[in-house]
Design a protein around this ligand. Sequence first.
Ligand SMILES: Nc1nc2c(ncn2[C@@H]2O[C@H](COP(=O)(O)OP(=O)(O)O)[C@@H](O)[C@H]2O)c(=O)[nH]1
Ligand SMILES: [Mg+2]
Length: 337
Amino acid sequence: MNDLLEQVLQGQIRAIARLITQVENSPAAAEQAIQALYPHTGNAHVVGLTGSPGAGKSTVVNALVKTLRQQEVRVGIIAVDPTSPFTGGALLGDRVRMRDLSGDPGVYIRSMASRGSLGGLARATASVIKVLDAAGFDYVLVETVGAGQAEVEIANAAHTTVVIEAPGMGDEIQSIKAGILEIADILVVNKADRPGADRTVRSLKMMLHLGPVGGTRQSGRISSPAAANPNGSASDGWNIPVLETVATEEKGMDALAEMLVKHMAHLRQSGEWLKREKERSWREVEMLLQQSFMSQFQASVPQDMRDTLLTAVAERKVDPYTAVHQLLEKTESKRKG
Ligand SMILES: Nc1nc2c(ncn2[C@@H]2O[C@H](COP(=O)(O)OP(=O)(O)O)[C@@H](O)[C@H]2O)c(=O)[nH]1
Ligand SMILES: [Mg+2]
């Protein structure tokens, strides 16, 4: 193992920052780093925090980290903003807000924006989580904007998903539409100092009891209608709590921190922890498998052959199944040398 990785395992912040940059910029570097670090992962509690823009996610993260730091635990933070290809305004605002956390050696903050594909962002985030896990952070908090496939994929990497709402403006309805209630383990109504917070809490509780429109809640996952849960509890026995916070005044953070611990204990006791880890591992391996099949295929079948074949499919001279068989044969013969 090289020096940089050794320093990361010791939790040295500058080494962590350098390795993450390498991991983000080069898939080969990511592979090498993850292979070496993987045996040292599996200890961090990964918490996803998601919700509509402006709900107060960054402010909650900021306040929560202060509370967690009083318990002497180390916290890594990943702020993911897929809408900001060049680390735009939102992240700059986050950085200002989180300024009072910097300088604390028990805290590391990383902003990530998509450079290219959203799938790439999910992949990079998964690697960065592992680096922080191996570096010994007790918690890894991942802030994402709650919409779209990339965020759901990122949320899948979390043990506990916290969905943050704010009163008013039909947020509840929006999150149903976006399907993010379905991934919640803990619901937070932030901005509880604002009028209408009680109503938001009530309607969220009601929705948990009714179950979501067109699907069924199952802690952290969307399940089949057969597993319907009529009493607001996930099928694994976890009662999804609705908490109120005022992040700007750091109110409600003790309760939230406590609930994270409770949820973790629940995951461990119910066997759900291992189940989620297995599901996550399988998705990860599957994703890597797809990628390596694709690159093997691209490396072994020349571009012009692919073009010719696809044109033939478009012109109805070859059907798509036959095209796939031909491409696979070509890949296979190349692989055998
Ligand atoms: N009144 C009130 N404002 C809040 C609270 N939490 C956050 N805000 C404000 O809401 C705005 C958006 O917060 P931010 O954390 O950036 O939201 P994000 O987009 O979800 O990360 C900021 O101006 C915050 O100061 C709260 O508990 N009460
Ligand atoms: Mg934010």
